[in-house]
Write a protein that binds this ligand. Structure first.
Ligand SMILES: Nc1ncnc2c1ncn2[C@@H]1O[C@H](COP(=O)(O)OP(=O)(O)OP(=O)(O)O)[C@@H](O)[C@H]1O
Length: 232
């Protein structure tokens, strides 16, 4: 469903992404790993048409994201706090998204019910603006927003960062359930090799903007990554 074709991104004299070809099929949980500066966030931003490519294109179901609008109904994403309206309370924010997506009150409630465990009683009814929540709780609001409106694919940059251990496990369960129940395609980046190998059936390792490993074998991916990152 997501196709990357002859993609290059150059800043000044530095090529920060160079990906000749990458296809992410529907329903795949696709993990993106790599050291700091490898190009993970830049790739997310290019897929979302937040940053233009220097060469090449990203297509969603055949549509070039920099030329069309249809893909926006298919993709949900949470990259960072800039994607939120932090001056709203979580309730106000979800009510705003409800209007944008044309959902009923019952549909919104059904969606939020899926997040009861993850929210852990600290988000809805907290009487706080999003900006005043803890980093982990802000992330939970962003993830719940990214999944609203039944997107076919969800892009999450470092979804486990800043979440406490129980929340990390709850999020993993929630993502697996979305994948099983609705065939949601997940594209996630992570520095946590345990989580990414548990969740993803495919992991691409980026180094200085290039794909240096495309791992599909679940029995071997953890040790291959441990060897690369020297944490074995
Ligand atoms: N606007 C910009 N101008 C110049 N260089 C940039 C810009 N945005 C990103 N870069 C460079 O692109 C490279 C890739 O950065 P990116 O943030 O995509 O890496 P990352 O893999 O997400 O890193 P991290 O794991 O630290 O989040 C880095 O060298 C970064 O300095």
């Amino acid at each position: 469903m997501i196709q990357i074709d002859s993609l290059k991104k150059v800043y000044g004299n530095t090529t920060v992404l160079d990906i000749p070809n990458l296809r992410i099929p529907k329903g795949q949980c696709f993990g993106l790993v790599g050291n700091n500066g490898a190009g993970k966030t830049t790739l997310f931003r290019i897929i979302l048409d937040l940053v233009r490519t220097t060469e090449g294109a990203v297509l969603v179901d055949g549509e070039n994201v920099s030329q069309g609008e249809q893909w926006k109904t298919k993709i949900g994403a949470y990259l960072d706090e800039n994607m939120l309206l932090s001056y709203l309370s979580p309730e106000e924010y979800f009510a705003t998204l409800k209007k944008i997506y044309g959902l009923s009150e019952a549909e919104l409630q059904l969606h939020l019910d899926k997040f009861t465990d993850l929210f852990n009683g600290e988000i809805l009814g907290s009487n706080k603006y999003i900006r005043d929540l803890s980093k982990g709780n802000i992330k939970k609001v962003g993830i719940a927003a990214a999944l609203l409106g039944q997107p076919e694919a969800v892009l999450l940059d470092e979804p486990f960062e800043n979440l406490d251990p129980s929340s990390q496990i709850r999020l993993k369960r929630l993502m697996l359930k979305e994948k099983t129940d609705h065939l949601v395609t997940f594209v996630i980046s992570s520095h946590d090799l345990n989580h990414v190998t548990e969740l993803c059936e495919r992991i691409v390792l980026l180094e200085k903007g290039a794909v240096i490993k495309d791992l599909h074998d679940r029995n071997r991916m953890k040790e291959e990554l441990a060897a690369y990152f020297n944490v074995g």
